[in-house]
Design a binder for this molecule. Structure first.
Ligand code: ADP
Ligand code: MG
Length: 607
């Protein structure tokens, strides 16, 4: 036999190629929706039956096709979107390969109806498993309707390979969202069977996010906006407490195309460093606009990967934009700090009505822990203990101080008198600080707020001048595993920078000679264990040692719930909190402040 190489018949070639583009019903949904968007539609309707296995139909009001194009669009590599090689480097549309329609027609029974605005009649084409079945003229509205029936009817192996209906439906929903989110200017409807799953009227990006994700996200996302000549960024990011255990709501679009990019994802995640509870992931809905010539979307047929020309710069710009958005979020931007006079007199009367009396404390009433510089007290020798000393509650033995504060009988103490003065802070259950602002009532979580203040000030100190250290009277010795020992050794200088003097003592042992003054009352070994744990879990580059140390110190130093505060202390806490870079959240991602808008309070009093 001379010739063993054969050219495959078109139909078979198409079927094989279709395997790449059409993996499951959701792939059809994606391709059809993208075609509608490329056709300039402003209204798109998606209908699926039996999770797309029986029917997927997309109806749009886009520009339609001529009868000739309607026939041509099923040819492999037939596209109206690129003409020459150069166009490949300047792609403005979602499609460009001219493969989808041919692939879909190769593995399903397809009916296409399409009409341009200027045409009297539309064209209908029926094609099944690549076999042309007929073309006729039909009366219809302008636009295009494509129905794809019995996917993989001619490839039973592929059909059997599909997952159960609920999984396939989930894939369809995912694709639908990836298209609907970045196109809020387009109205979408999605029917599964006769159930209307999504009805999304034209909206802004923020409204579209809310339409899809639910009302609750509205107040839990913040705006991120940046325009440089390399990149435009517009979108919303979930506040830290919206972070999820599973990586779910992470949407990154480049020139309206959904992409997955571990590198840019990392840029967003770093902006949250020190803010997210462990093991959680930030949510984001970000649209990036870059010069089409600076990216290569030609990496993968299903096109969720992109190569960037200026990846490193994009990384830096994205990280800083998210960080800035985070810093400006919630509290600061929403609150108007002008007090209003009616409210002033109201709040003055509150402490007298309060039935709670603070327990006596050994506090020096003139002492202000936040005086001048938040770090000032830590420069003094005894400083770290001051909070605890100051708020040592003498007459509350072992029961929960908050509970006690809640249920104690009314009694007039010196503190209650002080509170009844002219100041405008009120402490609720020794846990929250209430303050008035023009728009309503602020409720500050004293512990979370203090953690934020301390965290930022420690971080600053660690960064600038290093932290005062204290020689240990009794140096602590500890032993670790061999691999941990190597890790510690590698970071020994970092530890010195933050005030730990660590000496290598044998192959797997260390001696702690000095500790940061702030931690003199803490078990240093516990800190090293925590560090090791973090290093191993996240990698040293993700969690900086300074951040981690600042976090732990803030946690141990912050005022706890159940601690009575004086007016000056509350006022200082308030001032310092709002001088922070990220006042809205504790370093562990807890909100520090909630606002009760006056309107909401008024609303509650409506009959
Ligand atoms: N909904 C639609 N409205 C108008 N034209 C369409 C539509 N769907 C497909 N087409 C035409 O069919 C061509 C082929 O589509 P497709 O196979 O998806 O390739 P691509 O989108 O990569 O160009 C498109 O280039 C476009 O001209
Ligand atoms: Mg296409």
């Amino acid at each position: 036999m001379e010739q063993i190489i054969r050219v495959l018949p078109d139909a078979l070639a198409n079927q094989i190629a279709a395997g790449e583009v059409v993996q499951r019903p959701a792939s059809v949904v994606k391709e059809l929706l993208e075609n509608s968007i490329d056709a300039g539609a402003t209204e798109i309707k998606l209908i699926s039956i039996q999770s797309g296995k029986s029917l997927i139909q997309v109806i749009d009001n886009g520009k339609g096709m001529s009868p000739i194009d309607a026939r041509l669009c099923f040819e492999r590599h037939a596209t109206s979107k690129i003409k020459a090689t150069n166009d490949l480097f300047n792609i403005q549309t979602l499609g460009f390969r001219g493969e989808a329609m041919a692939s879909i027609a190769a593995v399903a029974q397809v009916t296409l109806q399409t009409k341009r605005d200027d045409d009297e009649l539309g064209t209908e084409i029926i094609i099944e498993g690549n076999e042309f079945k007929g073309q006729s003229a039909v009366p219809m509205n302008s636009g295009t309707s494509i129905s794809v029936k019995n996917l993989f009817f001619n490839i039973p192996a592929r059909r059997n390979f599909l997952k159960n209906d609920s999984i396939e439906l989930q894939h369809i929903i995912d694709e639908f969202i990836r298209v609907a989110l970045p196109n809020p200017q387009i109205a979408f409807q999605f029917y599964h069977g006769d159930r209307l799953l999504y009805s999304l009227p034209e909206a802004t990006l923020k409204k579209r996010i809310v339409q899809i994700m639910g009302d609750k996200v509205a107040e839990n996302i913040f705006l991120v906006e940046e325009n440089t000549n390399l990149i435009g960024i517009h979108g919303f990011v979930g506040k830290p407490h919206m972070a999820k255990k599973k990586r779910g709501d992470q949407y990154l679009f480049v020139n309206n195309r959904f992409i997955k990019d571990a590198y840019l994802h990392h840029a967003i995640a770093t902006a949250f460093e020190g803010l997210l509870p462990e093991g959680t992931h930030p949510s984001y809905f970000l649209m990036l606009t870059v010069d089409p010539q600076s990216i290569d979307v030609n990496v993968h047929p299903t096109k969720t990967e992109i190569k960037f020309e200026h990846a490193a710069s994009l990384y830096a710009i994205l990280a800083s934009a998210v960080k800035r958005g985070l810093g400006q979020t919630s509290v600061v931007s929403q609150i108007d700090f002008q007090p209003s006079s009616e409210f002033e007199s109201y709040i003055q009367s509150v402490p007298q009505q309060s039935s709670v009396s603070p327990p006596r404390t050994s506090a020096n009433p003139d002492y202000n822990p936040f005086q001048n510089d938040p770090s000032y007290r830590y420069r003094q020798e005894q400083s770290a203990k001051n909070w605890e000393k100051l708020y040592q509650i003498e007459d509350i033995p072992d029961e929960d101080p908050i509970q006690k504060a809640l249920f104690q009988a009314p009694e007039k103490g010196p503190k209650a008198d002080a509170l009844a003065g002219t100041n405008s802070f009120f402490q609720l259950h020794y846990t929250y600080i209430l303050a008035q602002v023009k728009s309503g009532l602020l409720v500050i979580d004293q512990q979370a707020a203090h953690e934020r203040i301390l965290f930022e000030s420690f971080k600053g100190m660690l960064h600038d001048s290093g932290i005062p250290r204290q020689k240990c009277l009794f140096p602590a010795t500890f032993e670790v595993s061999k691999s941990d020992a190597l890790l510690l050794e590698a970071h020994i200088n970092d530890f010195i920078d933050v005030g730990f003097e660590l000496e290598i003592f044998g192959e797997q042992s260390f001696i702690v000679q000095s500790v940061p003054t702030l931690l003199e009352n803490h078990d240093p070994i516990q800190f090293f264990q925590e560090f090791l744990h973090l290093f191993k879990e996240k990698g040293a580059h993700e969690v900086s040692i300074t951040t981690q140390l600042a976090k732990s110190m803030a946690k141990s130093g912050a005022v706890k719930p159940g601690t009575p505060l004086q007016q000056e202390e509350m006022s200082a806490l308030f001032d310092h909190l709002f001088a922070c870079e990220t006042p809205g959240f504790s370093p562990f991602g807890k909100p520090t402040v909630v606002t009760l808008p006056l309107t909401e309070i008024q609303h509650k009093f409506q009959p």
